[in-house]
Every structure is written in C-alpha cells, then in structure tokens.
Design a binder for this molecule. Structure first.
Ligand code: SAH
Length: 232
C-alpha cells in the first residue's frame, strides 16, 4: 500500500479494500448457518467453501446476494446453485487430493473452483459456450489452474479423459446417461439429479462390480440437462 497525501481514495480503491473483508464475514456466516448447521461435516469442504470468493462468480448486480441461501441467475437463463446444494453434492463424492473429477454443467464455475481445491484435476463440461468462456476466464483470473473447461454436451462425458473417480452432474437428467456411468471407474461415485422438473431426486450412484448402486434419493430442483443428441 502507498501511504501519504498522494494516495487517492477513489470509490473503486475503497471498494476493493472493503469488499474482501465484508465478503469473508458473509462467507463464514454462510458456512456456519447454511452448511454446518444443516449437517455438512467434511472439514476440508467447509474450509474450502469458507475460502472461495463466490461473489466473483456472480454478476455484479447480484454480488450483495452471493452468500445468501438460494440460487442466483447467471447468463443464458441458467443459475448458480445454492451453496448448500453444492456442499451436499460434493460431500457425498468423498474426494481426495488424487481424485480425477468430471463435472457436467460448469455454469458460473463456482462449483468447479470448490472441486479444484478438493481434487487433483477437474474436467468440466458446459453446453453454453458463453458460460464456458466466462467460467474459464474467472477460474484462470483467480488462479485455479487444475481445471479444464470444455464446451459440449456433457451427457456424452469426456471419453478421452476417462475413467473418472467421481462425476458430478449439476443439471437434471431423465435418466442416468449411460456414457457417464461407463466413464466412472469401478468403485467410483457419481451424484446426479434425475427426473422431471416437478419430481427430481438427487441420486448417489456407486459403481460396484460394474453395476449401479443407488444409495440416496432426495428431492431437489435443478435446470434440465439438455442432451444435443436427443433423449439419453
Ligand atoms: N454448478 C453450476 C450450476 C450451473 S446450472 C454453478 O454453480 O454455477 C447447470 C448448467 O448445466 C447450466 O449452465 C447449463 O447450461 C448446463 N447444462 C445443461 N445441459 C448440459 C449438457 N448436456 N452438457 C453440459 N452442460 C449442460
């Protein structure tokens, strides 16, 4: 910092200095009241979500609401997921630093950023090129290096980088896309919302002896997974 009378306290300088502190307080409050209080326990995940600047992933007009307990609109008519949903999905994946993860539905890139701090590498697929481009820019500007954002139809997965230790799908599919299950390694975990808008359920799918074991079915509401190849 440059002290002295020639220092200009312009509005933007003030904003830059005051916001990080304010957002850090809001972020910690989010972790305590929305995540820990609702049963999220993984200390690595809680620490990561207490550190990632979620306000950087939303449009400036929504920054004040970045740490609130609901989804927010992003470009292309899509939404950034509610913080609790991100935490719930990622806790169920039981990632470690060696995990190679596939994410479908990059959206804002916020969840990609959280994943990048919990895993070795994150491949994230987004069908809207505008969103994919913006997310990739934000992630690289903030220094998240172990992520690859790809524009395309995520219901086909990314065969060239398979198998994945974990797969997280952030848009609701009519059924589990076969390509994604194929690209999950034996013993791997996938979390995916399945079903029509009014009756979606979050499913935790584990691959055991080549078969799908589904061990969680919880009501949820996501934007639809749009498969460019027609119905999955
Ligand atoms: N986790 C994201 C949520 C984004 S919403 C965030 O926190 O910002 C879901 C995203 O899935 C949308 O951006 C939508 O464009 C994308 N999507 C829908 N169908 C898709 C498909 N077949 N392949 C890749 N992305 C898809």
């Amino acid at each position: 910092m440059k002290p002295g009378p020639d220092r200009e306290y312009s509005e933007s300088v003030l904003a830059a200095e005051l916001h990080p502190e304010r957002f850090a307080v809001e972020r910690q409050h989010m972790v305590e009241t929305q995540l820990r209080a609702r049963g999220i326990r993984d200390p690595r995940l809680l620490n990561v979500m207490a550190s990632i600047p979620r306000h950087e992933f939303v449009e400036s007009r929504y920054r004040d609401q970045a740490y609130e307990d609901h989804p927010l609109p992003i470009a292309a008519g899509q939404t950034i997921s509610q913080p609790y949903i991100v935490a719930l999905m990622l806790e169920l994946l039981q990632l470690d630093f060696a995990s190679k993860v596939l994410e479908i539905g990059t959206g804002s890139g916020y969840q990609t950023a959280v994943l990048s701090k919990l895993a070795s590498h994150v491949y994230s697929v987004e069908r809207h090129s505008q969103l994919a481009g913006q997310a990739a820019d934000t992630l690289s500007r903030l220094g998240f290096a172990n992520v690859s954002v790809v524009t395309g139809d995520g219901s086909m997965g990314l065969a060239q980088h398979a198998p994945f230790d974990a797969i997280v799908v952030s848009a609701a599919a009519a059924e589990i896309p076969p390509a994604l299950f194929d690209q999950l390694r034996e013993g791997g975990r996938m979390i995916i919302p399945v079903g029509p808008p009014e009756a979606q359920e979050l499913q935790l799918v584990r691959k055991h002896a080549g078969k799908a074991l589904i061990s969680l079915r919880e009501g949820c509401r996501f934007v639809p997974l749009i498969s460019d190849a027609g119905s999955p």
